[in-house]
Design a protein around this ligand. Structure first.
Ligand code: NAD
Length: 404
């Protein structure tokens, strides 16, 4: 099915970005929120994105106007009778999303695909609230969606292959890079990202290394920004709600570091609110409140050495679990890490990096850490099997990938 007409529900940060992306590709899009004010502020954001393109000389004002007329703002579902696909981007709350999916099921033609931009909620659960679970799918864009290429395409338990194919082609027509991710909590990118952000937070609260030192080490490794700058950019409430979902599904190994709770209690939600791990004033700095929080926490925890490997190996371990569970393919995992979280391109992706390090080295180290720091480091069975089978990576020419 070719998609001629789309709709976006939710005109917030993501909904605006997604509607802009769709209009930019020349596809008409209905743009809905609860009231006129919310729709207008979404439209304002869309104009800003387009104006940025004009300022950079990438588009003319006439071209921008020709794109903006493709966006039809609304506060009602009356206009949804002829659409081919809806992308839902309302609050990350299962109750709110279930209501929206029921409303969409009533308002849209039977043939329409209902996609959700949820960060971590269950697509199967959303599908089950409709009479068309075969047409319900996850379409997870990344912020800012007008820049980020990656889109995770997540079929639920009852999603048809036809829907997967249609949505994949639609994402390609938006000039995005779709990868298929079979359903699991956090999907691929957030499921792998959170153990990294969490481990950085564990290391920080132990107090052997400082905030800026950890951020700096990861930037030197090749990330565009350090883990604490990233949490501050994403917003603590977003990260916390993803971690909560992961904790429910995977248990102890996703348990958030204690410091996250303290930041939340202190209202340190991140960059948008002026302070998170850092304080964002004229200068970006670590303020007294943060210093004293870190000092208090460091008295509670034994100091363990900080290393870049301690941050990266849990991600590799989680990726191995994803492979075992059939969530995605090794090549897609690398692509997702490169394009979704800015994993250093010089390392060619997370699993290519694992092959460079050596699977046996990683398993040995994870074993040591799980003895010293707890079960969250317990090596994935796949990693042990690979070691036994001498699939050690580059040095044996076979690991996650084969090398000639
Ligand atoms: N912000 C991110 O970085 C990011 C990245 C990827 C995915 N997501 C996901 O995208 C979704 C939206 O996130 P956001 O950051 O844009 O949130 P947001 O709070 O900026 O926007 C949500 C919008 O949905 C609207 N809304 C709520 N109920 C509605 C309804 N019944 N009908 C129409 N509109 C309704 C709200 O008024 C609000 O404008 C969430 O599921 C989130 O997890 C967010």
């Amino acid at each position: 099915m070719y998609i001629y007409k789309a709709a976006v529900v939710g005109a917030g940060a993501m909904g605006s970005e997604i509607a802009q992306t769709i209009s930019y590709s020349g596809i008409p899009v209905i743009f809905k929120d609860l009231n006129e004010h919310l729709v207008q502020s979404g439209l304002k954001r869309i104009r800003e994105i387009y104006e940025g393109r004009v300022q950079k000389g990438k588009m003319t004002t006439e071209e921008v106007e020709s794109k903006i007329v493709l966006i039809r703002p609304t506060t009602s579902y009356a206009d949804f009778k002829e659409i081919d696909i809806v992308i839902e981007a309302v609050f990350e709350d299962i109750g709110v999303k279930k209501n929206v999916f029921q409303e969409l099921d009533r308002a849209c033609p039977k043939s329409a695909i209902l996609a959700s931009n949820t960060s971590a909620l269950s697509i199967s659960q959303l599908g089950a609230t409709t009479a068309r679970p075969e047409k319900v799918i996850g379409m997870h864009f990344f912020y800012p969606a007008h820049v980020m290429k990656l889109v995770e395409i997540i079929p639920g338990l009852e999603t048809s292959e036809e829907t997967v194919t249609d949505v994949t082609s639609f994402a390609e027509s938006l000039r995005k890079l779709p990868i298929r991710v079979n359903e699991c909590a956090g999907f691929l990118v957030n499921r792998l990202l959170m153990p990294y952000l969490n481990e950085a937070s564990y290391a920080l609260q132990e107090g052997s290394t400082g905030l800026q030192e950890i951020d700096r080490a990861m930037v030197e490794f090749g990330f565009p920004m350090g883990p604490f700058t990233l949490v501050d950019t994403l917003g603590l409430e977003v990260c916390h709600s993803v971690v909560k979902t992961l904790l429910e599904e995977y248990g102890e190994r996703m348990k958030p570091a204690e410091i996250w709770g303290h930041l939340q209690t202190a209202g340190r939600y991140g960059m948008k609110r002026g302070k998170g791990f850092y304080t964002y004033g004229e200068k970006i700095e670590v303020d007294e409140e943060m210093k004293s929080l870190l000092q208090n926490l460091s008295k509670k925890y034994p100091k363990q050495p900080f290393s870049v490997e301690r941050m990266i190996f849990p991600m590799i371990n989680e990726a191995a679990l994803c492979l075992q569970e059939g969530i995605g393919r090794a090549g897609d995992i690398d692509l997702a890490m490169l394009t979704g979280i800015g994993f250093p391109p010089s390392k060619q992706g997370l699993l290519h990096f694992a092959d460079q390090v050596g699977i046996d080295v990683i398993v040995r180290q994870l074993d040591v850490w799980s003895f010293q720091m707890g079960g969250r480091f317990w090596p994935a069975p796949l990693l042990r099997r690979m070691t036994k089978a001498n699939r050690l990576g580059l040095k044996t020419k076979k690991g996650f990938f084969t090398y000639s």
